[in-house]
Design a protein around this ligand. Structure first.
Ligand code: GDP
Ligand code: MG
Length: 593
């Protein structure tokens, strides 16, 4: 135990965690020097340059003549995955806090730091990307000293690109981070901080032992799920899995035990022995709840079962994805999926397309509402279409968040206007350093899922970072805004919105849909309604679309090509009544100006 150090790297997205982690692995000869990042091994991770799942890896390093085992846990930096970050943090005694030398402290730098402080981790501040011409390490050092209350000498300057500072970081890990503690003779208590699905080995759970010893072949159980398993294989994580006969207190490792689905492995759960169980689970276990919901529908009705099979497979290694069948008058049979956040939703959509070749239509995302009837019963509704009749509703509650935005003083004005338009209430405003400021808002989550990120990015020219935490539910005056095409309500286009914004939103929806729905051979009326009351209307004029008229002479093959092209074009359309509606129309509400 004395020569073990368990640490993680925390940072705002893109500040260079994965790159720096690769340099540490190279320096300790854990991996060979190659190009590209080693820790992000999912294709999608490489392309997007973000770490979606946390990974753990063991390094060996000799320092002042003594051999040390360093377990590095790489964490995802995006808000949607902050639960995984917090579990990774719980498995460590220390953290490298990476801050980009040109960007300075950002929203997730602070939220991750708070999590690390809550878990009493020793923090080693590192200014990364010092090789860049735009680097401003002096000013960033001021910010860090201010934030942590540490000494200037404690801040390490580094570069994941050139390898500057890597040796100094390893020395700091050994000297400043305490070794794990615990009792080897006590009953087994191991924290599960992650799990992966491997197509050859099944589900693999990663854990850190807080107390006791685990041996190959042991009979174990997962405390919170109550499920029992044989420890078929246990081992440590290097670039590959390395089996061991036993792992002891303080060790980080993996277990393979015939776990069938990722649902059985709950990140944050405790592994113990069946024969001599620990008397309580490791604290801090919480079920992650999806925050954002959207309908996912196959374009071709006959692909419904394929879509179900694909979602089931995705769920095998993404336990936070939920789905249940639903049907829409407009879109037919599909699923209502629950996601941790918007990025998570985008990733699932992209994986459906890439890994399963599933062509789907997704509806506008929404949050979960608590609907109270006149008798005081509460029902959770995840879909505006599932709203009970308004006359039966007593009141509706919607989820709120506490948002933190870090920006420079130049953009405070426009950001405050944006937040106000999203029903935000300013909580406080604090200067971080020089002209950089952190603003806190209380806001409805439903307003964020719509187009907040994009707007924030564009009005701040990228100089604003954003993070949020759930902050309870509140009663709000919400109404269901329906959209009708030629008099038929299209359930997939309904949204719940605050009554004060409903008229404006109805008008803008109609205008946007007029732009997005192509002219057809008859006139199309687009209407917005609240209950029976029409509040806005636009009309799409008829057109006679005769593509073959463009063909001269009797060029049959050209004619056929055009017809085929038109047919393919139709594939991305959905027939609603007699109107053909393109996918982008279902997301119109995200694109309102
Ligand atoms: P993460 O999101 O924190 O894991 O960040 P990555 O390690 O994926 O790095 C984000 C981007 O910054 C990538 O394009 C890296 O190549 C680049 N990068 C990372 N570290 C450095 C560095 O020290 N210097 C320079 N110039 N670029 C870096
Ligand atoms: Mg990364």
């Amino acid at each position: 135990m004395k020569n073990i150090r368990n640490f993680c790297i925390i940072a705002h997205i893109d500040h260079g965690k994965s790159t720096l982690a690769d340099r540490l692995l190279e320096f300790t000869h854990t991996i060979q020097v190659t190009s590209g990042q080693m820790l992000d091994n999912m294709d999608l991770e490489k392309e997007r340059g973000i770490t979606i799942k946390s990974h753990a890896i063991q390094m060996e390093y000799t320092y002042q003549g003594e051999k040390y085992i360093l377990n590095l846990i790489d964490t995802p930096g995006h808000v949607d995955f902050s639960y995984e970050v917090s579990r990774s943090i719980a498995a460590c005694e220390g953290a490298l806090l990476i801050v980009d030398a040109s960007q300075g402290v950002q929203a997730q730098t602070i939220s991750n730091l708070y999590m690390a402080i809550e878990h009493d981790l020793e923090i080693i501040p590192v200014i990364n990307k010092c090789d860049m011409a735009s680097a401003n390490p002096e000013e960033v050092e001021d910010e860090i000293v201010e934030l942590l209350g540490c000494k200037r000498e404690e801040v390490i300057r580094a570069s994941g690109k050139t390898g500057m500072g890597v040796e100094e970081i390893l020395a700091a890990v050994i000297e400043r981070i305490p070794h794990p503690e615990g009792d080897e003779d006590a009953p087994l208590q191991a924290l599960i901080f992650d799990s992966v699905f491997n197509s050859f080995r099944g589900i693999i759970a990663y854990f850190k032992i807080e107390n006791g010893i685990i041996r190959k072949g042991d009979k174990v159980k997962f405390f919170n799920t109550g499920k029992e398993y044989d420890a078929d294989e246990v081992g440590v994580l290097k670039m590959d899995m390395v089996p061991r006969n036993e792992l002891r207190t303080g060790d980080v490792g993996y277990i393979i035990s015939g776990i069938k689905t990722s649902k059985e492995v709950k990140v944050g759960d405790t592994i113990t022995h069946i024969a001599r169980p620990c008397d309580k689970a490791i604290a801090g276990f919480e079920e992650v709840k999806p925050m954002v919901f959207a309908g996912v529908y196959p374009i071709e009705a006959e692909d419904f079962e394929d879509l179900r099979a694909s979602l089931e497979k995705l769920q095998l290694n993404d336990a936070s994805l939920t789905f249940q069948p639903e049907s829409s008058l407009a879109l037919g049979f599909g699923f209502r999926c629950g996601f941790l956040g918007l990025l998570h939703m985008e990733i699932v959509q992209e994986r459906l397309d890439r890994e399963f070749d599933m062509n789907v239509i997704t509806t506008v995302p929404n949050v979960s509402y608590n609907i109270y009837d006149k008798q005081g019963n509460m029902k959770e509704v995840h879909n505006p279409g599932g709203m009970p009749d308004p006359t039966l509703i007593d009141h509706i509650e919607e989820p709120y968040i506490k948002a933190s935005i870090i920006t420079t003083t130049d953009y405070i004005g426009p950001i405050m206007t944006l937040c106000l338009g999203k029903r935000g209430e300013l909580l406080k405003q604090e200067y971080i350093s020089g002209n950089r400021v952190e603003i806190y808002y209380n806001m409805p989550l439903g307003e964020i899922v719509i187009d907040f990120y994009d707007k924030l990015k564009s009005i701040s020219k990228g100089y604003a970072s954003f993070d949020y935490q759930p902050n309870g539910f509140r009663t709000s005056k919400l109404v269901k805004l329906d959209i009708l095409l030629n008099g038929e309500p299209v359930d997939a286009l309904s949204t719940l919105t605050h009554i004060d914004n409903a008229y404006d939103m109805g008008r803008r929806m109609c205008e946007k849909l007029k732009e997005l729905i192509p002219r057809q051979q008859f006139e199309i009326a687009i209407q917005a309604a609240i209950g029976a009351k029409i509040i806005a209307r636009e009309t799409i004029k008829a057109v006679r679309k005769d593509v073959t008229a463009k063909c001269y002479g009797g060029d049959v093959s050209r004619k056929r090509k055009l017809l085929e092209k038109q047919k393919r074009g139709k594939k991305r359309m959905k027939q609603i009544g007699n109107v053909e509606v393109p996918q982008k129309a279902f997301l119109a509400v995200l694109k309102l100006d």
